[in-house]
Design a protein around this ligand. Structure first.
Ligand code: GLU
Length: 447
């Protein structure tokens, strides 16, 4: 019997999510979408001091923009009773033990271990504490933090991305699951929720490989069946640094504000660092068909902003007017489908259309290199209103009259009419600029 997948994206709402987080979110969301499963957004917000509602709201908005809106949303801060129950069970089973070392004490021990050439793992000194020792420490005002007692065994699983994975838990420190102030670190709540929610596949970044070994032990200790795990490669900057919340311009919010297409961002986030070519896709369902965990490379995926810019341009060049209409209106761009079709091939991002619209609507400060030629050109302008054939008729007549051709013919016209030396084809723009403005500009007047 096959079960319907249920997956989750579990960001901490401590900052804006970036394109690297989008990769995790989309791999989950698109897998669920394609398989008819469910995608849960689960805020990892047990760190109340660092979690912020505004970031949670931004994450919801960014996922919706990306085409990865969740089917269900949950917050770990609402589920603490479940974690308390699980922690109590682990304490009763002797798996969660109280420790009283301060950070300084731990650091000193670590240095001693390193100096002796030993691995700097927690020495489990707290396991030797008697009830009296503990009572004494607590009487001194010390509060315990709680560590999970790992079995010193090798944990093996068949990773959806990486194939067989092995982690030797004997080389790991017993992880702290509960802090001194009683707050849960992410490790236990994540397991409790994955089990309670019936998560079937945990798809996340490869920075969690070691956590998986620990969490597999905890699933076992809680008597819960473990989900399948897949750890995808991480996105790095072109120079190989990890993406972080500090790189604000790579946040999804910043990319949206910079005018990138959500589908271009999604396609790059999903396809980079896989054996699939980074390319435009028709829609989010088409992108979902390309998600294949076994195609994800083992080495880091480099995120290059130029690649995004180029991919985005390919989306914009093919974008039908109907898909652009609302955003063009919001930018104050007129000219309807005729204008859009005239300029889209020159745009990397849709909002750049506003710039060309200002050239069409004016006023433009013309650049006149050869006033005599421009005056002649003005004299040959066809009668209005202009249509799609006006440009051809005009330039043919000018060519015949002046003997000019190629750049010598066209560049002075472009400079006069647009004030620029490059841009979209002028033939479709001419009717939008209109005869009157053309005349003014050819005479060197702003129009
Ligand atoms: N909050 C963790 C992260 O964003 C969740 C990891 C997980 O998916 O289990 O890295």
């Amino acid at each position: 019997m096959t079960t319907t997948p249920k997956v989750r994206f579990a960001p901490s709402p401590t900052g804006l999510i970036h394109i690297g987080n989008a990769r995790t979110a989309l791999l989950n969301a698109l897998f669920a979408r394609r398989e008819g499963g469910a995608f849960v957004l689960r805020f990892d917000d047990t760190d109340q001091a660092r979690s912020r509602e505004e970031y949670a709201e931004a994450i919801v908005r960014d996922l919706a923009w990306l085409g990865a809106a969740p089917d269900e949303t949950a917050r770990q801060s609402d589920r603490v009773a479940l974690y308390d129950a699980a922690a109590d069970g682990l304490r009763a089973a002797g798996r969660l033990y109280a420790c009283y070392e301060t950070q300084d004490e731990l650091e000193r021990r670590r240095k001693r271990q390193l100096a002796r050439g030993l691995p700097p793992i927690y020495d489990r000194a707290a396991l030797a504490l008697t009830d009296e020792d503990r009572a004494k420490l607590e009487a001194e005002g010390r509060k315990p933090h709680w560590r999970y007692k790992l079995d010193p065994v090798e944990i093996v699983w068949n990773d959806m991305v990486r194939g067989e994975c092995r982690v030797d838990c004997a080389s790991l420190s017993d992880p702290v699951l509960v802090r001194e102030d009683g707050a849960y670190l992410y490790t236990l709540p994540s397991v409790v929720d994955d089990a309670e929610m019936g998560i079937t596949h945990v798809i996340r970044g490869e920075d969690h490989v070691t956590n998986t070994a620990v969490q597999l032990q905890i699933f076992d200790a809680l008597g819960a069946p473990a989900p399948a795990f897949g750890h995808h490669n991480l996105l790095t900057t072109a120079s190989g640094e990890g993406l972080s919340k500090r790189l604000g311009h790579l946040s999804l919010s910043a990319l949206r504000e910079a005018g990138y297409e959500p589908l271009a961002v999604a396609a790059l986030a999903v396809l980079v660092g896989t054996s699939e070519a980074v390319r435009p896709v028709a829609d989010i369902d088409a992108l979902a068909t390309l998600v294949d965990f076994s195609n994800i490379s083992r080495s880091p995926a480099k995120f290059d902003e130029h690649e995004l810019e180029n991919l985005n341009a390919r989306f914009v060049h093919d974008m039908p007017f109907e898909d652009a209409r609302e955003r063009l209106e919001a930018l104050g761009v007129g000219g309807g489908a005729a204008f859009w079709e005239a300029v889209r091939g020159n745009l990397s991002r849709l909002p750049e259309a506003a710039d060309w619209w200002s050239v069409v609507a004016g006023p433009v400060t013309p650049v006149i290199e050869d006033a005599g030629f421009c005056e002649t050109a003005a004299g040959f302008l066809p009668e209005g209103p202009f249509d799609g054939a006006s440009w051809g008729a005009w330039t043919q007549a000018l060519k015949a009259a002046t003997g000019r051709k190629g750049r010598a013919l066209f560049m002075p016209l472009r400079l006069a009419l647009t004030g620029r030396d490059h841009g979209p084809e002028l033939a479709p723009l001419l009717p939008l600029i209109g005869r009157e403005a053309c005349l003014k500009r050819l005479r060197g007047e702003p129009g």
